[in-house]
Design a protein around this ligand. Structure first.
Ligand SMILES: Nc1ncnc2c1ncn2[C@@H]1O[C@H](COP(=O)(O)OP(=O)(O)OP(=O)(O)O)[C@@H](O)[C@H]1O
Ligand SMILES: [Mg+2]
Length: 384
């Protein structure tokens, strides 16, 4: 079943919208005059009502994926289906999708209400229905008080709310957001991000949200698709993506990782004297590097004695106090017994709760560090 109907909004603004599933299958896109594919066998399935974030570095094809889905770009190969219907050649205005960009793209000489009404007029909604629909949408984004203000007299965050209200006014089957928050300052960004998620859940609108900000992605998504070179390298729920990265690119793009020389055998790595289960996709045999999250490293102060459990000896190079958490950069010298002959010094990042134990560790202190045993990815050492 690819469609689901929900009644959205409150009071006079309520409109029925139909959430649609999306399939992009083996899509290729090359821009004229370009030698590289912006999308290369790009495949993505989205369930009705789901919010999927496309995350990736600059130029990996996020906007192209969104624009191709919207019908703003021609594609050279592949198919695009919405609610099971093939829309591959269908023009943009017949796809019933709405898009919000980084730039607010509002009419500055119109009020918030007029901007939203304009969008409805463009979709042929009768004049008598426009006002109440538009007001309902402004209410949804928390702007009913400012309905009569010119958008040029609004803050960036308020303008982006108007843009969102305008996009949602026509009850699109799919909402597409291309870095909608990147022009806003940090605090407004977080507020509006949470607001977008609330509205998206309330309206049940199938949504694709593009960002290169991993924190934003982790906070808002049902699933995150990490893109690299025009395709999705891994798509998973935020927590799974963070805990079980499938590739080196995903592991290093999402979250912090330290690289520890290790030796792999039979599904386990030996690193700094500890045994760590390996994630699927890991190097399965011989010397490699283990990618370890900062909270998956243990650190004990060196009181001049051997610790209860093995670990490499290091020196604290820096302490970063983050409030509830503290991060330590620890340098393990090249001649540590747990490092191979060929290794230089290794720096790892350890994170722990900022309790009394953490407060007792200072820059310059000698410590023992070791992975705590959280399953991790091992990658060939020479890939760096
Ligand atoms: N109009 C265009 N003409 C030619 N090449 C383009 C055009 N738009 C994008 N590209 C190229 O296609 C690739 C993907 O671009 P795209 O804009 O989709 O990346 P992105 O992931 O959205 O990046 P960013 O995070 O910088 O917005 C890049 O190599 C880019 O240079
Ligand atoms: Mg882009």
């Amino acid at each position: 079943m690819q469609e689901r109907t929900t009644t959205t909004g409150s009071g006079s603004g309520g409109v029925a919208s139909t959430a649609a599933g999306i399939d992009m299958v083996d899509v290729d896109k090359t821009y004229p005059g370009s030698a590289v594919k912006a999308l290369d066998d790009f495949t993505l399935h989205i369930d009705p009502g789901e919010l999927v974030v496309l995350l990736g570095g600059s130029g990996c094809g996020k906007s192209t994926a969104l624009r191709s889905l919207a019908g703003l770009e021609d594609i050279q190969a592949g198919r695009i289906l919405v609610a099971g219907d093939d829309v591959t050649g269908v023009p943009v205005n017949l796809r019933n999708m709405a898009m919000v960009f980084q730039q607010y793209s509002l009419f500055p000489h119109m009020t918030a209400l007029e901007n939203v009404e304009f969008g409805l007029e463009a979709h042929g909604i009768a004049k008598r229905d426009r006002r109440s629909l538009a007001m309902g949408r402004l209410e949804l984004v928390g702007l009913s008080e400012l309905a009569d203000r010119y958008t040029q007299r609004m803050s960036g965050g308020q303008q982006q709310r108007v843009a969102l209200a305008r996009a949602l006014a026509v009850s699109p089957r799919v909402l597409l957001l291309d870095e909608p928050l990147s022009a806003l300052d940090a605090k407004v960004r977080v507020q509006l991000r949470d607001e977008i998620r609330r509205i998206q859940k309330e309206t049940g609108t199938t949504t694709v949200f593009v960002t290169h900000d991993q924190e934003e992605a982790l906070a808002i998504a049902d699933r995150i698709g990490v893109m690299n070179h025009g395709r999705i390298e891994q798509i998973d729920a935020p927590e799974r993506l963070y805990r079980r990265p499938a590739t080196e690119y995903v592991a290093t793009f999402v979250g912090l990782t330290s690289r520890i020389p290790c030796v792999c055998e039979a599904g386990f790595a030996s690193a700094f004297g500890r045994r760590v289960p390996l994630l699927p996709g890991s190097t399965d045999h011989g010397p490699a590097e283990l990618l370890v999250r900062p909270e998956a490293l243990e650190m004990v102060a060196d009181a001049g004695s051997v610790p209860r459990r093995p670990g490499a000896r290091g020196r604290v190079a820096a302490v970063h106090f983050l409030g509830a958490l503290v991060r330590f950069d620890v340098l393990v010298a090249a001649d540590d017994a747990y490092l191979p002959e060929s290794s230089g010094p290794v720096q790892v990042t350890v994170q722990m709760a900022s309790d009394d134990a953490a407060a007792g560790v200072h820059a310059g202190d000698e410590v023992y560090v070791a992975p705590s045993g959280m399953p991790s990815l091992a990658v060939p050492a020479d890939r760096r």
